[in-house]
Design a protein around this ligand. Structure first.
Ligand SMILES: [Zn+2]
Length: 169
């Protein structure tokens, strides 16, 4: 049994987000709103891993991710895997999949971009040029963004707390 398995207990039912890029677990929790759940959550940061040397891992009881949360995770950690757990067993395991066009989730910072038009604002769309390291391009103004330049669209939160929109690497 590897070291991290000893340190992080198995969950009975819920979701395991594994192979998260080291140091991204807290950003992912904040961005996806998973930090607002009342469920038991175990977070491992900088866990030793054979495949990627170091990684983060998140285990959440009784919570299953929606499509938007999966997309957010794929942007921040393209190598992440999502496992669904029932009765302590993995019933489904999949790699996060980044869409070829990311819609709505990210803000374009070009003031003159049509997505920022005050009269008729339209949803942003970014073409994924490279997944890892991330490179995306606004389909309206052609501006290119890398991971640390991305600004996420603010999300409505239960608590009214402000969401961290930018990633600090
Ligand atoms: Zn733009």
């Amino acid at each position: 049994m590897s070291e991290y398995k000893l340190k992080i207990d198995k969950i009975q039912k819920g979701t395991v987000i594994d192979h998260v890029d080291a140091g991204f677990a807290l950003t992912i929790l904040n961005l996806t709103g998973l930090d607002e759940t009342n469920s038991l959550m175990t977070i491992g940061v900088n866990v030793s891993s054979k495949k990627y040397t170091k990684k983060d891992i998140i285990k959440i009881e009784n919570v299953f991710l929606d499509e938007i949360q999966m997309q957010q995770i794929s942007i921040l950690s393209p190598n992440a895997t999502i496992s669904l757990i029932e009765d302590f067993k993995v019933i489904e395991k999949k790699k996060v999949e980044m869409p070829s066009i990311i819609k709505k989730l990210i803000v374009c910072e070009t003031k003159t971009c049509i997505s920022n038009s005050k009269k008729e604002p339209i949803d942003t769309e970014f073409l994924v040029l490279d997944k890892n390291p991330l490179k995306i391009q606004c389909i309206f103004c052609d501006r290119i963004y890398r991971l640390h330049e991305i600004k996420f669209k603010p999300r409505r939160r239960k608590s009214g707390k402000k969401v961290k929109q930018t990633i600090e690497l």
